[in-house]
Design a protein around this ligand. Structure first.
Ligand SMILES: [Zn+2]
Length: 227
C-alpha cells in the first residue's frame, strides 16, 4: 500500500475515534467506523528473555520489563480506539528461539518478519536509555534520517514525552541509524522513554501510574501525527 493511502486510512480511524470520543458520532462506534484498509501499527517492546536491555541504577529493574509494560498499555489505547495493532512480543520471553550464538540477530530478524508479515503502517519501538552521566534524564525519540514521515511522527511523540517532565526536560527527537528504523519504509520510531541510569527516571518508570502516562503521551503523539 502506498504510504499516503496507509496514512489516510489510519487518519480516518483516528478522526472517527475523535468523533466517537466527543460523543457527536451519530451512533458510530470507533470500531464500526474503522476503515477496513487501515493497516496495523506495530508496537515493539524491545529486548526480552536473556536480553534484559539496560538495568535500573538503584533497583536493577529490567528495561525489557518496563518496555513490555508500556507496550501493553499502548496496545490497549489503540485497541480502544478501534485501531489495529500488532505486538512483536506479549510475554517476557525474547524472540530469538535458541540462545545459541547469534541470538540477538535472530531476535531482530524476527521483529522485522512480524513487521513485514502484517504490512505495518507504522512501527513504534519502546526502549529505555542509559548514560554514563547519571544526571541525564528524559525521553529521546529516534527516527531514520531518510524518513520524512518518521521524523514528523518522532517530533509529535517527543513533544508529548517532554510534557511529562513539565518543562524540566526539553529534549530533541534525533536521527538514528538503527535496525528497527529500517524494517519498513513506513514511519518508524524508537521511543527511549527515560534513563534507567538516572535515579529519578528509574523511580518514575517503576511506577505503574507513570507508565500509564507514558502510554498516553505516545498514543497522543501518534493520533496528532495521523490527524
Ligand atoms: Zn533498549
Amino acid at each position: 500500500m502506498l504510504i499516503f493511502e496507509k496514512r489516510r486510512a489510519a487518519a480516518s480511524a483516528a478522526i472517527a475515534l475523535t468523533i466517537a470520543m466527543c460523543g457527536t458520532g451519530m451512533g458510530l462506534t470507533a470500531a464500526a467506523a474503522r476503515p477496513r484498509t487501515a493497516a496495523a501499527i506495530v508496537i515493539d517492546a524491545g529486548h526480552g528473555g536473556i536480553d534484559a536491555g539496560v538495568c535500573g541504577v538503584n533497583t536493577g529493574v529490567k528495561e525489557s520489563d518496563i518496555n513490555l509494560a508500556i507496550a501493553k498499555r499502548l496496545r490497549s489505547r489503540f485497541a480502544g480506539a478501534g485501531m489495529d495493532c500488532v505486538m512483536t512480543r506479549t510475554t517476557g520471553a525474547g524472540l530469538y528461539g535458541s540462545t545459541a550464538k547469534g541470538f540477538k540477530m535472530r531476535d531482530m530478524q524476527k521483529r522485522r518478519q512480524i513487521i513485514e508479515d502484517c504490512d505495518a503502517s507504522m512501527v513504534i519501538s519502546i526502549h529505555q536509555n542509559t548514560c554514563a552521566l547519571p544526571s541525564r534524564r528524559g525521553s529521546h525519540v529516534f527516527f531514520d534520517k531518510d524518513s520524512a514521515g518518521g521524523r514528523e511522527l518522532a517530533l509529535s511523540i517527543q513533544s508529548r514525552m517532554n510534557a511529562l517532565y513539565g518543562g524540566e526536560c526539553d529534549n530533541s527527537a534525533l536521527a538514528g541509524d538503527y535496525y528497527m528504523l529500517k524494517c519498513t519504509s513506513e514511519p518508524s520510531v524508537i521511543v527511549e522513554c527515560g534513563f534507567l541510569s538516572n535515579a529519578e527516571d528509574e523511580k518514575l518508570l517503576s511506577d505503574p501510574q507513570y507508565i500509564e502516562r507514558v502510554a498516553d503521551a505516545i498514543f497522543s503523539g501518534v493520533i496528532y501525527y495521523l490527524a
